[in-house]
Design a protein around this ligand. Structure first.
Ligand SMILES: Nc1ncnc2c1ncn2[C@@H]1O[C@H](COP(=O)(O)OP(=O)(O)OP(=O)(O)O)[C@@H](O)[C@H]1O
Ligand SMILES: [Mg+2]
Ligand SMILES: [Zn+2]
Length: 502
């Protein structure tokens, strides 16, 4: 009886692809046939869409209906196509004019009564629709907050199928996104709260300034968690591009706050040690969801109580640390999620974890093995280690303690210096610079690297350890406002190595 075409978006990772949907109604025995690589969840759409159409008081054609999704090579998953499928069937049946569908992307899951349910990934879907040159897009009302972030395409929000049909057929008004929600308000806790721990505070500052991964070791209740949580306040605010990339990841994860979709402070994710592999690096059944490493993109992944994480979980962090992204293999192909984060690890020195180390009852073997769980390829990438000790006095309170704003000024100045130096190579921080570059192109005078030579010769230092110290030395020099590290910086960098954890 009729043919109609409409459009929706399929997501693969944080990338959207516009999908064309054709509906052919007529001839043959009544029934619905879905073709074009739909997955199981999409097959359920047939029943949902039919019920939603009927319950919205439209006529469901009692004929053979063929719904084709293309490109046929792209596997389509999920329920976000419901709205487009329903509108195509109704257009093929003459309820809405085809012109109203042209250039329009329809996104949303339908409830049986015709209500439009929110879907994940509205933001990346909109970006894909805009890139494909589509004019306008309908999203569930709940997606309007995200939609406000995207300009260059008209977006409207609807509550149910009836509203969308009214809009397509008669131009009945739908809701537009509000003004772009102002970013901000997500302030990190202040460093002024942390008493004592001068070494660890300094390590935190160096980590923030150089983008170095950091390991904090100390007995319980010394402020490891407290300190780690304060690092994001020291980091530069997210750039507009980074904030949008993070918002897209959060959108796909279903974790984008409605009121403040754009973050300004870098994210901090702190997965629990009982987390599943999927929660940590991404995955899960059906559509592969982003994990903590991606939700920490351009921010900090805080692995608290690190030795309690199983070795397989810790090992899984290596690839994203190296490559800045995760790749999840799926039947329909590989899904990529960005995952460029700074790692902060915290650990007790031993399993019994007394307040004072002298009360430890662990055999030395057990002690060594405990932090040994972290060793190897993961710790290789951790440039900084800091030891923390029980707080001995509250007397240092108030005026002596630097707050976040004070330290942040130094961190940002150091970062600017590093960025200017490495800009030509595309590195943002000292931590990203490969060892060979540090050793050759930016070689330091002999006098400065003498402590490293001595350590290497005495066998106290490996070549890798020396590279690590060099990177940290550059950051110490940036923090001090010098143009290159001197012997003192190199010695101070060596001091940051905790041999017990190395
Ligand atoms: N250096 C500190 N300055 C101020 N308060 C502190 C400090 N260390 C610990 N505290 C207090 O103790 C509480 C626990 O600190 P935190 O959770 O950071 O310890 P932790 O080292 O992570 O311990 P655990 O190993 O048990 O996780 C904090 O909420 C804070 O009230
Ligand atoms: Mg803790
Ligand atoms: Zn112990």
């Amino acid at each position: 009886m009729g043919l109609a075409r409409g459009w929706s978006v399929a997501l693969r990772g944080v990338e959207g692809h516009v999908v064309e949907i054709e509906a052919d109604v007529g001839g043959g025995l009544p029934g619905v046939h879905l073709v074009g690589l739909p997955d199981a969840s999409l097959h359920e759409s047939k029943d949902r869409v039919r019920a939603a159409v009927v319950n919205s008081r439209f006529v469901w054609p009692n004929e053979r209906i063929v719904l084709a999704l293309s490109p046929a090579t792209l596997r389509k998953a999920g329920s976000g196509f419901d709205l487009a499928l329903a509108c195509c069937v109704l257009a093929a049946n003459g309820v809405v004019p085809q012109q109203s569908l042209d250039g329009t992307v329809l996104l949303g899951e339908l409830a049986l009564d015709g209500r439009l349910r929110p879907v994940r990934g509205v933001l990346p879907s909109l970006l894909a629709a805009r890139a494909a040159g589509m004019r306008r897009m309908v999203v569930p009302d709940a997606g309007l907050g995200e939609a406000a972030l995207v300009t260059g395409i008209d977006v409207v929000g609807a509550a149910d199928l009836g509203e969308v049909i009214g809009w397509l057929r008669d131009g009945a008004p739908l809701r537009s996104p509000g003004p772009p929600a102002c970013a901000g308000g997500d302030e990190a806790p202040d460093l002024a709260d942390v008493l004592g721990q001068d070494d660890a505070r300094h390590a935190l500052e160096v980590a923030a300034a150089g983008g170095h991964h950091l390991l904090l070791v100390g007995p319980p209740g010394t402020g490891k968690t407290m300190l780690a949580r304060r690092i994001v306040g020291l980091l530069p605010r997210l750039t507009a591009d980074d904030a949008l990339a993070l918002a897209a990841i959060r959108s796909v994860a279903g974790r984008l706050p409605d009121d403040r979709p754009l973050a300004t402070v870098p994210p901090m994710e702190a997965p629990h040690h009982s987390s599943s592999m999927a929660a940590l690096v991404g995955g899960g059944s059906g559509i592969a969801r982003p994990g903590a490493v991606s939700l920490a993109h351009r921010g900090v992944l805080f692995v608290d109580e690190a030795p309690e994480f199983g070795p397989h979980l810790l090992d899984a962090l290596r690839t994203p640390l190296e490559e800045g992204e995760v790749r999840l293999a799926r039947a329909e192909g590989t899904v990529h999620y960005p995952a460029r984060f700074q790692l902060v690890l915290a650990a007790n020195p031993c399993p019994c974890a007394p307040a004072h180390d002298r009360d430890c009852v662990c055999p030395s073997m057990v002690r060594r093995r405990y932090l040994g769980r972290l060793s190897g390829p993961l710790l290789d990438r951790v440039d900084l280690r800091a030891l923390m000790f029980p707080v001995t006095s509250f007397a240092t309170a108030a005026d002596d303690v630097e707050d976040t704003a004070t330290v942040r000024v130094r961190v940002l100045a150091a970062r600017a210096a590093a960025q200017a130096r490495w800009a030509g190579d595309g590195w943002r921080t000292n931590a990203e610079v490969p060892g060979p570059v540090l050793r050759s192109r930016f070689a330091l005078p002999r006098s400065a690297v003498r402590p490293l030579d001595a350590g290497l010769r005495a066998g106290q230092l490996t070549a890798r350890g020396a590279d690590r110290a060099l990177r940290v030395a550059w950051t110490l020099s940036d923090l001090a406002g010098s143009d290159r590290p001197d012997r003192d910086h190199v010695e101070a960098a060596l001091y940051f190595r905790d041999r017990r954890a190395a």
